[in-house]
Design a protein around this ligand. Sequence first.
Ligand SMILES: *[C@@H]1O[C@H](CO)[C@@H](O)[C@H](O)[C@H]1NC(C)=O
Ligand SMILES: *[C@@H]1O[C@H](CO)[C@@H](O)[C@H](O)[C@H]1NC(C)=O
Length: 214
Amino acid sequence: MKVLVVLACCLAAAVAGRHPPGRHPLAAYADQGVVPDVIDVAPPAILKVVFGTRPQQVSASLGGELTPTQVQSQPAFSWPNHFGPGPHGPHGPHGHHRPHRKDSLHTLILVDTDANGRTNNTFTREYVHMLLGNIPGEDVSRGEVVFNYVGPAPPQGAGLHRYVVLAYKQPGYNNYTSTPPASRQYFSSRRFAASWDLGAPVAANFFQVQNANN
Ligand SMILES: *[C@@H]1O[C@H](CO)[C@@H](O)[C@H](O)[C@H]1NC(C)=O
Ligand SMILES: *[C@@H]1O[C@H](CO)[C@@H](O)[C@H](O)[C@H]1NC(C)=O
């Protein structure tokens, strides 16, 4: 009986995308298949994604489920400074007081990786919910909009969709408007990142949403 309860517990935790006790939180990427479906490695830095305003505020939590209502409007994004670890990096004595270097530009992508079904391994399986480029530091409001935010609306009966948010540090200014992605559909953040030389994301997070009538 006890075993059953424990099993039910773990299953519920897995379904909701929460990490079981004792597991490293970043293991959620692999547990939920975000690694390798979207990215090759879990970025060590957490991208903070906060929806709504107090007291209704909710955040992405490496796979935790949110409702379509909660994620309707564009969230606020923030991520640790992009200088990387080091004696004066984010964990250094002055890490939190260091000004952001204005010449470091970032790209922020939010994709539904299950737009063509969670088990469909089509290479270009993603749907872009938001794509912002040339963000100075983490000043998202000054980024260039390639695709503006549209809230997740997974169809009824489709189960949980995984919404993955990725922040990339650009090697320099990228003129995305010169050769924009053809459409929001059949997107591959991996291919996009490769074509613009973005490297691996410097921070990420993900959340899951299902249709309210499921
Ligand atoms: C996978 O997705 C593609 C693109 O939407 C679609 O054409 C194909 O039928 C899907 N395959 C399966 C097995 O669902
Ligand atoms: C980006 O490319 C477009 C089209 O090629 C061009 O019109 C625009 O001036 C470029 N923008 C910048 C900032 O270079």
